[in-house]
Design a protein around this ligand. Structure first.
Ligand code: XMP
Length: 518
């Protein structure tokens, strides 16, 4: 990567397998410093090439004295770059420099009170003498390496914060990156600004300018293809590339008949009116519905929708003539998943929707958001003038309503679910809860139950309402919505949507359940 002004101040995070490594990166970015996560095993040469102004060693599940403990070369301390070790990272510093780490009598997990002894360097921004911090460790430091002193302690750990005399190597036993350490971001910010001497140059306004220049340079007069879904990532990708190359960007929006009510129309209008984007709407409703006829198995549904999407998209793309690039809204968390210590793991299933297409059509990928976290993407979107109706949208699965209609998907069922979905969205927005939760949507169940309307007995469909809170979609909990809101949603659905006479609320968490029902 080029060291342009925006990337001048860079910090490297070495990942030792902590579940919180991404959070460290987010806290650093929130402090307006560019950072990247590397696996702990990178060579010293690679670290030097990145030319970081600071190094953060993450936590990790191992003990430094395990046979297979992940280690770094001791030479890292000769680079003369400030280092902050977090939990395992601090134990590693101790171990490498000749101190002693041993199993603590008791594993320390949860809140602890940190007593700060030296309010300089990493604690410069903390006014309090004592702050709550989050601990999660089984080992602790028994003896400091030569030249180190303790700068903070808890009742269990005399060395909860340490530094070397030179003042460029620091360690903390607790996790400043997690939400449970409320002032943790001030500690990370102090490491970046006070210890590493950074100023915080990373911002989305400069990012947009730099990206537009880069896209222009890369693409030149060639053509770029983009599958626009109306979601945040693909929308921001499309608008950014549109700013750079205008009419050489060809966006295709496929209406698979499984979208939310009026979605295709709204997306088309929004992008054409506000951004003058080259956007083609392809109506493939009938083809998708025909292929889904009699299909009940969820995996089969997904496969059919995926293949059909590629087929339709490819056919449309061929009409454009020679195209060289395919734009994708890949984000940094997707990139980390494939490079980090843990290797690929279960990710949100978002970017598989055009899977296989680049190879098949011989297209090079262009992924302008691959350095960014979701909140940064939203900020880029705002910089580009995209409205909050798109920016603050909840995620919507690629296979659309098909995975929310259990059993066979038919035109009638799609219509019922669209009508119900519209009510859910309206009520969630009216109450403000739409923006407080991760997702809120109805699921149409493949059963009918008895009801009574007026004097008549009914035998109609059941809707399950799914509303979840989550940070990233990987884990989730059902949202404790006010009863009155739940009541109003249920009342409106049953009164206004013909064919539904019962609403149930899903109170399962993920895991063991998933967010979607299929
Ligand atoms: P689950 O149901 O696995 O969903 O707990 C996690 C998140 O991923 C979304 N999701 C999808 N997104 N294509 C997508 O683009 C898919 O096939 C897909 N399946 C699930 C889901 O809405 C939730 O946010």
């Amino acid at each position: 990567m080029k060291k342009d002004k925006l990337h001048q101040e860079r910090v490297i995070i070495l990942d030792f397998g902590s579940q919180y490594t991404q959070l460290i990166a987010r806290r650093v970015r929130e402090s307006k410093v560019y950072c990247e996560i590397f696996p702990y095993s990178v060579s010293l040469e690679e670290i030097k090439n990145f030319s970081p102004k600071g190094i953060i060693l993450s936590g990790g599940p191992k003990s430094v004295y395990d046979n297979d403990a992940p280690l770094v070369s001791k030479d890292i301390f000769n680079l003369n770059i400030p280092i902050l070790g977090i939990c395992y990272g601090m134990q590693l510093i101790t171990h490498l420099l000749g101190g002693k780490v041993a199993r603590a009598k008791e594993r320390e997990y949860g809140f602890a009170t940190l007593k700060i002894k030296e309010k300089e360097d990493i604690f410069s921004y903390i006014i309090e003498d004592e702050i709550p911090v989050w601990m999660s460790h089984g080992d602790r430091i028994e003896k400091l390496p030569k030249g180190f002193i303790s700068i903070a302690k808890t009742s269990n750990s005399p060395y909860a914060g340490i530094k070397n005399k030179k003042g460029n190597v620091f360690g903390v036993q607790f996790h400043p990156e997690v939400y449970h350490t409320p002032l943790g971001k001030d500690i990370i910010r102090a490491f970046l600004y006070k210890v590493c001497g950074l100023r915080g140059l990373w911002n989305m306004h400069s990012f947009v300018e730099k990206s537009i220049e880069e896209i222009k340079k890369t693409v030149g007069n060639k053509k770029v293809l983009c599958a626009l879904s109306g979601g945040v990532d693909s929308s921001v990708t499309a608008v950014l590339i549109n700013e750079a190359i205008g009419k050489n960007l060809y966006c295709i929006f496929v209406d698979n008949g499984l979208l939310r009510k009026n979605e295709a129309h709204n997306v088309l209008r929004m992008f054409r009116d506000n951004f003058d984007i080259n956007l083609k709407l392809v109506d493939a409703k009938n083809l998708f519905l025909k292929r889904l006829k009699n299909i009940i198995d969820p995996e089969q549904k997904r496969k059919i929708i995926g293949h059909t999407f590629i087929e339709v998209f490819e056919k449309e793309a061929k009409k454009i003539g020679k195209v060289d690039y395919l734009a994708q809204g890949t984000l940094y968390p997707d990139v980390i998943e494939s490079v980090s210590f843990k290797g690929p793991s279960a990710v949100i299933k978002s970017h598989h929707n055009v899977g296989g297409l680049p190879e098949k059509m011989n297209l090079k990928l262009i992924e302008p958001l691959r350095e960014l976290f979701k909140d940064e993407v939203r900020e880029v979107g705002r910089e580009l003038g995209i409205g909050d109706d798109i920016i603050l949208r909840q995620p919507f699965p690629g296979p659309g309503l098909a995975v929310r209609i259990l059993g066979e998907v038919t035109e009638d069922k799609v219509r019922i679910l669209q009508d119900v979905d519209e009510i859910v969205e309206e009520e969630m927005k009216k109450s403000g809860y739409y923006w407080k939760v991760w997702q809120s949507f109805p699921v149409l169940l493949p059963i009918k139950t008895v009801g009574v309307m007026g004097d008549e007995r009914t035998y109609d469909n059941v809707i399950a309402l799914r509303v979840v809170e989550s940070m990233d979609g990987m884990t989730a909990d059902w949202a404790r919505l006010p009863y009155d809101l739940l009541g109003e949603i249920s009342r409106r659905i049953i009164n206004e949507v013909k064919g539904v006479n019962r609403v149930a609320y899903d109170i399962s968490s993920k895991p063991p359940s998933t967010i979607e029902w299929e």
